[in-house]
Design a protein around this ligand. Structure first.
Ligand SMILES: Cc1cc2nc3c(=O)[nH]c(=O)nc-3n(C[C@H](O)[C@H](O)[C@H](O)COP(=O)(O)OP(=O)(O)OC[C@H]3O[C@@H](n4cnc5c(N)ncnc54)[C@H](O)[C@@H]3O)c2cc1C
Length: 374
């Protein structure tokens, strides 16, 4: 009898979501993961990345060779250049410039989105990643005045962490009357008092004019001007976290995308006309806040893929998201990790327990499924 072959699952993008999916499927399927870097480089915790880079690296910059659960998978350093949905085939452009066609039974697209210098879709090796990390941190470390533009979770996290680090005057500019749009009103009022007591000077109602041709992929040094009429502000360094998000979806036909380029999905996180293709994470138009990365969208994709492979396509899990954003905003601090909830309440995990339990046990052992030593 011919041995049964495993279904081929191509996972495009091994970031926060794609890596979790690949680790969950690598034993039962023939997984081919395509990644722009040879390491998981998380878009989370930019504030920690800029102020405590060595701690950040331990959890958020992890070479794939350390993931035990990826051992059976093929990890290709490269990017998806195009998808032929009818032929069920992707073209992969490898880091060495070679191109190859890869057939799939199932395709998972988790290619994320760019929203600043810390997330992009360039093919990079680890040396380049390290050089960039060090260069950005040196530029920020040398500044005595820092402007952070943007009142979303990233801008808040960066401003607060830099102010706590204490080496510069930190000014946060945001365009509304309160920061953190998309979060519960109680969280929005609470964060203002945290920022002020940590030493951030907050400037509400400031809408910045972006330099011409600027793609937000670097720090700037020129004075910032405002379309809301205030005087220009001169800082040594300006960090742009204005949330303008560019989805990494150009390899798909425009009919699969919404007006902003995010991938249209049904309630099971599948492309409506191609149920063998899933999209999840920041690239997927899964809900108004596009929050399937943090709302466990990977579990829905894994469960539904397994159900489809077992011929149980009528019993699929449905993705649902809370109305408000939730999670950690400031990252792990000396006083612990504060997590805000969709209902506006928050809880704090003390530092002594957060580090071993959350980072070492939950993230490394449970989420990542076990990591080899460095
Ligand atoms: C468990 C969990 C907890 C979270 N908790 C929080 C929280 O507390 N607070 C918070 O703010 N956020 C949280 N987040 C969410 C997080 O901020 C982002 O939403 C998340 O980083 C997005 O993940 P992603 O996989 O969609 O994209 P990314 O992590 O950006 O990964 C996408 C990858 O695809 C690559 N790529 C791009 N184009 C291509 C291509 N053509 N071919 C191949 N690869 C490509 C990119 O280079 C990148 O490596 C959490 C996420 C998870 C999974």
């Amino acid at each position: 009898m011919k041995p049964k072959t495993k279904p081929v699952v191509v996972v495009a993008g091994l970031g926060d979501t794609g890596a979790l999916i690949a680790t969950r499927l690598s034993r039962t399927c023939s997984v081919i993961g395509i990644s722009t870097r040879p390491a998981l480089m998380s878009g989370q915790e930019l504030g920690n990345r800029l102020t405590q880079p060595d701690d950040w690296r331990k959890t958020y910059l992890v070479p794939y060779r350390r993931f035990r659960k990826l051992d059976p998978a093929e990890v290709v350093h490269g990017r998806i250049a195009s998808v032929d949905l009818d032929a069920k085939s992707v073209t992969i452009e490898s880091a060495d410039g070679a191109k190859r066609a890869q057939r799939y039974d199932y395709l998972v697209i988790a290619t994320g989105a760019s929203n600043g210098f810390w997330r992009n879709d360039r093919i990079e090796d680890l040396a380049t990643v390290e050089t960039d990390l060090v260069a950005v941190n040196a530029e920020i470390g040398a500044a005595s005045t820092i402007a952070v533009i943007g009142g979303g979770a990233t801008g808040i996290s960066v401003a607060d962490n830099l102010a706590r680090a204490g080496s510069a005057d930190v000014h946060l500019f945001h365009s509304g009357s309160q920061p953190l749009p998309g979060y519960h009103p109680k969280v929005r009022s609470w964060i203002g008092s945290v920022l002020s007591s940590d030493g951030v000077t907050i400037h509400p109602d400031h809408r910045a004019i972006e330099p011409e041709g600027f793609t937000r992929d670097r720090l700037t040094h020129e004075p910032v001007e405002w379309s809301t009429g205030q005087a220009a502000f001169a800082a040594d360094v300006t960090i742009w976290a204005v949330g303008g998000v560019r989805p990494h979806s150009a390899f798909l036909p425009p009919s699969m995308l919404d007006d902003e380029g995010f991938i249209l999905v049904d309630e099971h996180l599948r492309l409506p006309e191609h149920p063998e293709v899933y999209a999840v994470g920041d690239v997927a138009a899964s809900d108004p806040l596009r929050s399937s990365a943090r709302n466990w969208g990977y579990r829905v994709v894994v469960a539904n893929l397994k159900a489809a492979m077992a011929g149980r396509s009528k019993k699929l899990e449905t993705y649902s998201a809370p109305d408000y954003r939730w999670g950690s905003i400031l990252g792990l601090q000396r006083d612990g990790l504060t997590v805000v909830q969709p209902n506006g309440k928050r809880f704090r995990i003390p530092h002594w327990i957060a580090k071993p339990l959350l980072l070492n046990v939950f993230v490394e052992r449970i989420l990542y499924g076990g990591l080899r030593g460095r």
